[in-house]
Write a protein that binds this ligand. Structure first.
Ligand code: ADP
Ligand code: 5GP
Length: 193
């Protein structure tokens, strides 16, 4: 049976990764969105097991010790990670799995899983990025500034990815990510002898 794709989507906080990924999974039933574990506190409306697995720092560190993560990173002072148990079975079963993760985690995935499809979402500008984070209403002044300061560092890591998609118009950006997934599904993979 043909394995599914492991698709990594990264980009600065507030660029629209979650919005794009949610649009894609609602439309494409063969794409599975990985649910990450985090030590961050839930935001309004976030559900354990759906948005994230919300863990205590102690539980998260225990899972690191047990080698349960394909990747993990400390992002904005909280731990985030992808549990192997959540994704590997799905890929083996032929499902395309989408990981929405930060750049540090993405590089770990690329190292461990060479076939991963790496997509970076760019904002139209840093000014628009700021407006989007403010519009989402999830951050205070301090956490907003931390996220904005980190944005340029993340954009500087673009060369580690296979594709970049600018999220100016949401529909266009979703179409472009979909097109990448279709092309990667049709790609001829030559097995090395
Ligand atoms: P991320 O997951 O990258 O942190 P979100 O998906 O939460 O970002 O998006 C941040 C905010 O920007 C949300 O309020 C979302 O509705 C909005 N947004 C996303 N894409 C667009 C777009 N193309 N145009 C305008 N607003 C957008
Ligand atoms: P947020 O707190 O806004 O939900 O996410 C903050 C950052 O953590 C985003 O850049 C997001 O991509 C990243 N992130 C979410 N889940 C994971 C994960 O499992 N691993 C890593 N490395 N980063 C993640």
């Amino acid at each position: 049976m043909k394995k599914g794709l492991l698709i990594v989507v990264s980009g600065p906080s507030g660029v629209g990764k979650g919005t794009i990924c949610n649009t894609l999974i609602n439309k494409n039933k063969d794409i599975y969105m990985s649910v990450s574990a985090t030590t961050r506190k839930p935001r309004n409306g976030e559900i354990h097991g759906k948005s994230y697995y919300f863990l205590s720092e102690e539980d998260f560190k225990q899972k690191i010790k047990n080698d349960e993560f394909i990747e993990y990173a400390k992002v904005f002072n909280n731990y985030y990670g992808t549990l192997k148990s959540v994704i590997m079975e799905k890929i083996e079963a032929g499902k395309n799995v989408l990981l929405e993760i930060d750049v540090q985690g993405a590089l770990q995935v690329k190292e461990k899983y060479k076939e991963a499809v790496m997509i970076f979402i760019l904002p139209p500008s840093l000014e628009v990025l700021k407006e989007r984070i403010i519009g989402r209403g999830s951050e205070n002044d301090k956490t907003l500034n931390i996220r904005l300061n980190e944005a340029q560092n993340e954009i500087d890591m673009l060369h580690n990815y296979n594709y970049s998609v600018k999220n100016a118009d949401l529909k266009t950006a979703c179409k472009q990510v979909e097109a990448i997934i279709i092309a990667e599904t049709c790609k001829i993979k030559i097995k090395k002898q």
